[in-house]
Design a protein around this ligand. Structure first.
Ligand SMILES: [Zn+2]
Ligand SMILES: [Zn+2]
Length: 265
């Protein structure tokens, strides 16, 4: 019995994560065109026709761009909380009411043998939330698009076997870059995105004995680099007494290429 996943795409150009058990095949967000989504599925050798549902974290276009098209094409149920539905409904095009389901914040929903736990995050959307996936004692956490990582979130996501965790920007690169100040302020705010250092500090409190992999996700194209994110996180974790490469490994995600389908162990 296995829980598997792939980060299909990650970053402000579009996000999508695939999670499966033997019985269930879920897509979390579809922030790329329907065509691109099909290609991503092809590269992990999975057929979107076999999906059992789409979960939506929040209504930002990098998370919902392909949701409507994809759900229509493959006749999929969509799950989101009420406020997210209100905010995204008009952007999804025509959907049958039978395709629309409510998945509230702080709920555990069972999709067959896969339990999905939602938790709220601080981000400038209607009611953003992310998810922990539980199957046969294994726990996979997906947490991006957070202004900061609250004590509550840390408590919920603690001790996961694997984390897909936001490491959005290098604070110095962001401060120096050509973005208008209003945008910089938004990213740095409590409802923006988590920096490499803040990601590492939060992770240092959430990593447990079982933790084996951390996937750094939603990297800014302009204000981060894969190597920089990895090194920054590694250094902070080291300062907190944790040796990357011994107990657990750090992994990259990519805006255009899926991570290899991995078993959560
Ligand atoms: Zn967002
Ligand atoms: Zn996003």
């Amino acid at each position: 019995m296995t829980l598997r996943f792939s980060v299909l795409a990650s970053g402000s150009t579009g996000n999508a994560v695939y999670v499966e058990t033997e019985q269930q095949r879920l897509l979390i967000d579809a922030g790329l065109s329907g065509k691109k989504m099909d290609e991503l599925f092809q590269s992990i050798n999975r057929d979107p026709k076999d999906l059992t549902g789409i979960l939506v974290s929040h209504e930002h276009s990098d998370h919902i761009k392909g949701v409507g098209i994809f759900a229509r094409k493959h006749k999929l149920p969509i799950y989101a909380n009420e406020k997210t539905w209100q905010a995204m409904n008009s952007h999804l095009g025509n959907l049958a009411n039978e395709q629309k389901f409510i998945f509230g914040i702080d709920e555990v929903k069972s999709f067959g043998n896969l339990d999905v736990e939602s938790f709220g995050v601080s981000h400038d959307a209607a009611e953003p939330m992310f998810f922990s996936f539980h199957h046969e004692g294994k726990k996979l956490v997906l947490a991006t698009d957070m202004g900061y990582v609250s004590e509550r979130i840390k408590g919920t996501i603690k001790d996961a076997d694997m984390f897909i965790f936001e490491s959005n920007h290098d604070t110095n690169m962001l401060r120096m870059c050509k973005y208008p100040w209003s945008i910089k302020r938004r990213i740095l705010s409590d409802v923006g995105h988590v920096s490499n250092e803040d990601a590492a500090m939060a992770l240092s409190e959430c990593i447990g004995d079982k933790t084996s992999r951390i996937y750094l996700a939603h990297l800014s194209l302009d204000n981060n680099l894969k190597d920089l994110a990895r090194l920054s996180v590694e250094q902070v974790l080291k300062e907190q007494g944790m040796a990357v490469g011994e107990q657990f490994e750090l992994y990259d995600t990519d805006p255009h290429h899926p991570t290899a389908l991995a078993v959560v162990s």
